[in-house]
Write a protein that binds this ligand. Structure first.
Ligand SMILES: NC(=O)c1ccc[n+]([C@@H]2O[C@H](COP(=O)([O-])OP(=O)(O)OC[C@H]3O[C@@H](n4cnc5c(N)ncnc54)[C@H](OP(=O)(O)O)[C@@H]3O)[C@@H](O)[C@H]2O)c1
Length: 291
């Protein structure tokens, strides 16, 4: 039995879909089983023969985290520690999802799994603390760092861009942050593959779609596909700008490309480009009725 924690939102929905489509017996939970309470998760696990735990639950509000460090930490650090402790006590293997925001973004070449972490904001700091607790408390843990997620369930950059492109004639998008957009369904496939591989190569792995881009270039691709698919029906001029033009509470890494060589080598996973991910996402929109 696989226990998928955080099964209702952006990543969790696609992980659930993927595990079920592979015929893997899965039970899901979300807010109703609060990971910040060790007794609650212990009770939930009792008698269920859980062999794997996949944790997608998280506090993702990057800017709000600057004002609510305790709330972010309760989920991203202590909550993860609780899950790791439980996994260890019941002999389950744990896949925990983390982020490119554990890095400071001053790099210029892809970050490796063992590159030093140095988060520049509260969200990244709490995620880094969660990674450490997971590694300290669970001997059978996979930490999967990812970045720039988009998928049909939950708010994300693609939906925001489509909405704004419908409303405005001119749009400015930052062109000095570099990363790798990642389609949730592709990450979900990687997670399911790790479960099915049934190996013991625990540790930290990186998974994003292949390629790198800026938010501006990503927005242009969204615009092109939006027009092609008839989701956008009027012109919108997209202009590049710099991060300082849109000050935010939380600082973001300027460069957060992750090396994927380890996951490809160890698990034989082949990774599609972010452009393929975006096309597949658009293919799914009518099916998901999310236009
Ligand atoms: N989004 C990105 O661009 C991005 C980038 C890099 C890494 N990641 C990582 O990818 C993972 C998934 O992110 P996501 O964007 O899919 O997150 P998300 O959409 O915000 O989903 C998080 C889930 O956690 C649930 N949750 C909140 N508090 C909980 C609690 N106390 N107990 C149990 N569940 C709780 C949420 O429920 P409610 O919806 O009811 O609050 C939601 O279903 C996270 O580890 C995140 O750090 C995301």
């Amino acid at each position: 039995m696989i226990w998928l924690i955080g099964n209702k939102d952006m990543l969790g929905s696609d992980v659930s879909r993927e595990l079920v489509s592979r015929g893997l017996t899965t039970i899901g939970s979300d807010q109703e089983i609060d990971i910040t309470d060790p007794a609650v998760i212990r009770d939930f696990a009792r008698g269920r023969e859980i062999r794997w735990i996949v944790n997608c639950a998280t506090y993702t509000a990057v800017d709000r985290a600057e004002e609510e460090p305790e709330a972010a930490s309760a989920l991203n650090a202590e909550g993860v520690g609780n899950i790791a402790e439980l996994a260890e006590s019941i002999g389950a293997r744990l896949i925990h999802i983390s982020t490119d925001y554990v890095f400071d973004g001053y790099g210029t070449t892809p970050y490796m799994e063992d590159s030093p972490v140095n988060p520049v904001g509260v969200y990244g700091r709490t995620k880094a603390a969660g990674e450490k607790l997971a590694l300290d408390r669970c001997s059978q843990v996979y930490i999967l760092r990812t970045a720039w997620l988009f998928g049909p369930h939950g708010g994300n950059f693609v939906f925001t861009m489509l909405k704004v492109m419908k409303e405005r004639d001119i749009l400015k998008v930052v062109d000095d942050q570099i990363g790798s957009p990642t389609y949730t369904a592709h990450l979900a496939e990687a997670i399911a593959s790790i479960v099915q591989a049934d190996r013991k190569d625990y540790g930290i792995y990186h998974f994003t779609n292949q390629g790198q881009t800026t938010w501006f270039e990503f927005a242009k691709e969204i615009y092109k596909l939006g027009l092609d698919r008839g989701i956008l029906t009027k012109p919108c001029t997209i202009e590049g700008c710099i991060t300082q033009d849109f000050p935010t509470k939380a600082k973001r890494p300027a460069y957060s490309v992750l090396s994927k060589e380890k996951i490809k080598r160890v698990f034989g996973i082949s990774i599609p480009s972010w452009q393929s991910g975006l096309k597949e996402f658009f293919d799914r929109l009518p099916e998901e009725d999310l236009r």
